[in-house]
Design a protein around this ligand. Structure first.
Ligand SMILES: *Cc1c(COP(=O)(O)O)cnc(C)c1O
Length: 393
């Protein structure tokens, strides 16, 4: 399988596990056990039951009639915005909390930037009665107050990262330090298809429920499992990995990955890694990332906190390099307009991340009978302040 990870954790030249030696036993334990645990019948049963009864799956595949009429094509929305907590991230945290239990861990750590992954992690820890510690940059704590409050209400301890630029990268360093100091009792829940092997593969497998459902649901609507296109936004790449997963080897289904161009790809304020990035190591894997000539990570920028990441996961680096997926970039302004358009045409307020994917219809033309499935990764409630300020409501 060309687009599956190989035994060393690589997609082509991307991936691997570049971790400090002291972290090696933790990663190795997970690497040796994750596939067996995921394929265990009891694990599957518990995972599926929680996705159904707690998360609210299957999420609908909704034919967006008015949006389709406007762009003269056939657009289906995969409604991940209807998941409990408002986005796809919970699919992964449910999977990983069950993994933590099977590994005998009684404490969970995570890092978070905007707080969305922190909230999804705090949620599943509350559900399971497991201690939860979330590292978050001091700057991010100040600008994401509602998510900090949510995590605290859910019983998590939020620890500020006080070093460096006091944002996501520094929170990640603190989480890694914690894991090195607590290797026996602690599981580290990573929130996207990033990090050292086996995280990118494990997270993609947990999110693959998205395309598993799309296949069945599209068959009922269109009498085929295969759309012409699958479209998703990419921060680290987990919702896209889930939406693409069961189509990766089927090249008759075209894949479109949408990145945040911020104020413009070449404005210096962007997060369009596929255009601006080159090969390097970030968060323990070799992938594409935005960096200076001497290898310092460039601060990314996007109006949407979830896409504001200086890299992409190794699977996406490979999909980009091999041209299996087409990578498009969308500016803040284009995304905000597309988000508002979905409100007016379909009565759905999307997350600004998802609005980036919606914005491609303004620039890319599709045939009238083309079937497009767009993964609506999250709902816009968390972004209300940004919408209010931008449109001056
Ligand atoms: C976090 C987030 C994203 C970006 O993360 P991926 O791992 O790329 O999916 C996209 N949409 C929403 C709603 C998010 O919360």
């Amino acid at each position: 399988m060309k687009y599956s990870v190989d035994k060393d954790g690589y997609y082509g030249e991307f991936g691997g596990a570049f971790v400090p030696e002291m972290l090696y036993p933790n990663i190795e334990e997970l690497r040796l056990k994750y596939i067996d645990i995921m394929q265990d019948a009891d694990f599957k049963k518990e995972f599926d039951a929680l996705l159904k009864e707690y998360v609210g799956r299957p999420t609908p595949l909704y034919f967006a009639k008015r949006l389709s009429e406007k762009y003269n094509t056939k657009i289906y929305l995969k409604r991940e915005d209807l998941c409990h907590t408002g986005a796809h991230k919970i699919n992964n945290t449910i999977g990983q909390i069950l993994m933590a239990k099977r590994l005998g861990k009684n404490r969970v750590i995570a890092e978070t930037g905007a707080g969305q992954h922190g909230v999804a992690t705090a949620t599943v820890c509350a559900l399971m009665g497991i201690e939860c510690v979330v590292y978050m940059g001091e700057i991010d704590i100040a600008r994401q107050a509602p998510n900090v409050a949510r995590m605290k209400m859910l019983g998590a301890t939020v620890i500020p990262a006080l070093s460096g630029s006091r944002t996501l990268k520094d929170a990640t360093n603190e989480a890694i330090r914690d894991w090195i100091n607590n290797p026996v009792d602690t599981h580290y829940i990573i929130g996207s298809v990033v990090g050292p092997h086996p995280y990118p593969d494990m997270v993609a497998r947990f999110q693959s429920v998205i395309s598993e459902e799309i296949k069945k649901q599209l068959l009922a609507h269109e009498n085929t499992e295969d759309p012409d296109y699958v479209v998703a936004c990419v921060g680290g790449g987990s919702n896209a990995a889930g939406a693409f997963y069961h189509y990766l080897e089927n090249t008759s289904v075209k894949l479109i990955a949408v990145e945040a161009a911020g104020l413009g790809v070449h404005s210096g304020e962007s997060a369009a890694t596929s255009v601006l990035g080159n090969e390097g190591v970030i968060h323990g894997s070799k992938t594409l990332l935005m960096q200076t000539e001497d290898g310092q990570i460039t601060e990314p920028y996007s109006i949407s906190a979830g896409l504001d990441y200086p890299g992409v996961g190794p699977l996406h680096a490979y999909l980009c390099k091999t041209k299996r997926a087409e990578f498009l970039s969308i500016t803040d302004d284009e995304a905000m307009q597309a988000g508002l358009e979905l409100c007016k045409l379909e009565g759905i307020i999307p997350a600004i991340e998802s609005a980036h994917a919606l914005a491609i219809f303004k620039t890319k033309k599709f045939k009238k009978d083309a079937i497009i499935v767009l993964n609506l990764s999250g709902r816009g409630d968390k972004d209300l302040d940004t919408y209010i300020k931008y449109f001056d409501f």
